[in-house]
Write a protein that binds this ligand. Structure first.
Ligand code: WT7
Length: 581
């Protein structure tokens, strides 16, 4: 397949006359991380806090009246300067501190994209606490698992989402701060409830950031693997080094830019590149709330003269599906740099973007675990549509075989990264064994992706080595969905796989074995879909369900998803010698 993609050897040449990173090869030869460190205040003072570097530092400079945040949705438009962001985040930090929360405590947000969410995350970090952003679409089980595992002590949420917070079942959750509530549940001996508005209004507008070291905790993102519940990927303040420099090199942020990423802070793109990278670079950062809509999205670019736009293949495919005519209704001429992340960016989409937006879409590869960009298409280099480009200066990628030996170019293997890099995750929360699994090859981090490098040093994504599913850019673990399905009284066993889909990348398909006394039916399928939606979230719903008499299993009883996949795709199932009968 990759050969096919490469047959045309088509490339798109650089068009940006003045990119921040001008000479890639030179930077790879000469770049040192220490050069970036010198640009931070802490390099000189020894006092570290992301919120200071991203907000306060600018608020204390000539940028103080520059717009930092533009928040828009169908109802409102809110703009905050860096000085205002400093004050708002100070109030949140002071309020949290007044509740007795201390350095390292986990404080979660469960909010839709809104000014309160962005202020909240930075306020948490300013107070020396570890922020845990939850995606607003999560249902009760998903919320509970994450708050429970992290031992979160406080939560900032809103009145609509509060019913999905099972606070009585969360022994560590002491404080729940609610935006826009009329009434609050009665505080009991364990959990106290607060009106966000009151708490923040009472708090002082001056708050000296809690000073930390570079290795103190900053953010905890839950992300899926193949087995077990989502894991807490823990990042420390040191990540800012790489987030800052990739904001400069890869997003190519300049002083006059209006930058927009469509990603939600519930996912790592929405924090690393929705909060940290843009504000570390002093950029004007636009946030659009609400759901995907081609007209709303294009009119956002037109109205706010967005210059740098970071989205995902699934969104670009949907915009493509909406048709060229919709794009033509709007003036998109402000765009100068467009990027994509989350799943493979189809060459077809790159070609379409080039024709319709007159923009090269720059694919970027990285993961929750990497904290920042690793392999990208730079503004200064030619783009080979279908390739995810080259490693950033200061980072080395290896393609390794299953024993950990490096492979030559044009050979598919495990995509690994030489350890360490500044924004590397520092633990899997509560699970050191899981953390160590990533580092089985000495000196390397194993990504779980299969890729290869071509003779020009470009990397090509080939697939996942494991069963992780990527649907509409969301990373979903099959195990979590299987576990939810078997909670339903009709389900004896379930096996879940990703099935290729032209728009969503993959859709979730479940193979289900029913218990005695239950008959397969369309209604039952609908009921199971609804059950997963209510229990986990809409993006975890299997869009296809197939009933089977039994599932392929190893002798030790593990469902073999590789065989399910082969069934689905009509491919040979491979070696079956370790399966039961
Ligand atoms: C997995 C990580 C980090 C931002 C969002 C995703 C897949 C990510 C690409 C790309 C092909 C990609 C990989 C990776 N992925 N970017 N440019 N081309 N695949 O973060 O949820 O942690 O998922 O997403 O499979 O391992 P994530």
């Amino acid at each position: 397949m990759v050969q096919e993609l490469r047959q045309g050897e088509e490339i798109l040449l650089p068009e940006n006359p003045n990119p921040n990173l001008k000479d890639y090869e030179e930077a790879r030869r000469t770049f040192k991380w220490e050069d970036v460190e010198k640009e931070f205040t802490w390099y000189h003072t020894g006092k570290v806090n992301m919120a200071y570097e991203a907000i306060d530092r600018h608020a204390e400079s000539w940028r103080k009246n520059k717009v930092a945040l533009i928040y828009v949705d169908r109802e409102r438009e809110v703009k905050y300067t860096f000085a205002e962001m400093k004050e708002h985040t100070a109030r949140v930090a002071a309020a949290l501190t007044s509740l007795g929360l201390e350095k390292g405590d986990r404080v979660f947000t469960f909010l839709p994209r809104s000014p309160e969410l962005y202020v909240g995350i930075l306020g948490i970090i300013k107070a020396g606490l570890v922020a845990g952003p939850l995606f607003e679409a999560f249902m009760e089980t998903a919320v509970k698992d994450r708050l429970m595992d992290s031992g979160a002590k406080a939560l900032i949420t809103n009145a609509e989402l509060l019913p999905r917070v099972p606070y009585r079942d969360l022994p560590d959750l002491e404080h729940v701060i609610v935006v826009g509530a009329k009434d609050l549940p009665p505080s009991d001996g364990k959990t106290k409830f607060y009106h966000y508005e009151e708490l923040v209004a009472k708090a002082p507008r001056d708050f000296e950031p809690v000073w930390l070291t570079r290795e103190d905790g900053m953010i905890l993102h839950y992300s899926s693997g193949t087995t077990g519940k989502p894991k807490g990927i823990y990042h420390v303040h040191n990540a800012m080094i790489q987030q800052y420099i990739t904001g400069k090199w890869v997003l190519d942020l300049k002083e006059e830019d209006v930058y927009w990423t469509t990603a939600d802070p519930g996912w790592v793109t929405g924090t690393s590149y929705g909060i940290f990278a843009p504000w570390l670079n002093g950029a004007t950062n636009l946030v659009r709330g609400g759901r995907f809509s081609p007209d709303d999205w294009y009119s956002t670019i037109e109205k706010y003269r967005v210059t740098v736009w970071y989205s995902a293949p699934t969104a670009f495919r949907m915009l493509m599906g909406a048709g060229e005519e919709v794009a033509k209704k709007y003036d998109l001429s402000s765009l100068r740099h467009v990027l994509s992340v989350g799943e493979p960016l189809n060459p077809e989409v790159v070609r379409w973007g080039y024709r319709v937006y007159k923009q090269r879409i720059h694919d970027t590869w990285w993961m929750t675990e990497t904290g920042a960009h690793i392999c990208v298409n730079f503004a200064c280099l030619p783009i080979k549509p279908g390739s995810m480009g080259k490693p950033i200066p200061g980072v080395e990628i290896g393609i390794l075989d299953d024993e950990g030996n490096e492979l030559p170019p044009n050979t598919p293997g495990n995509l690994c990264i030489k350890t360490p890099w500044p924004s590397m995750f520092r633990k899997v929360w509560n699970n050191e064994a899981k953390y160590q699994e990533y580092f089985r090859f000495p000196g390397w981090y194993i990504s779980g992706d299969v890729a290869m490098k071509d003779e020009d040093g470009y990397y090509w994504f080939l697939g996942r080595a494991d069963d992780v599913i990527k649907t509409s850019g969301y990373r979903v673990g099959p195990f979590e969905i299987e576990s939810k399905l078997v909670e339903h009284p009709a389900v004896m066993e379930a096996g879940v796989i990703g099935k290729p889909d032209p728009e969503r990348g993959e859709i979730i398909k479940a193979f289900v074995v029913l218990r005695e006394g239950y008959q397969p039916s369309e209604e039952l399928k609908k009921e199971l879909m609804e059950f997963v939606k209510k229990g986990l979230s809409a993006h975890a719903v299997p869009r296809e369900i197939e009933f089977r008499d039994k599932l392929p299993k190893t002798r030790s009883g593990k469902i073999v998803r590789r065989v399910l996949k082969a069934w689905e795709l009509g491919l040979p199932a491979g070696d079956l010698s370790t399966l039961e009968d």
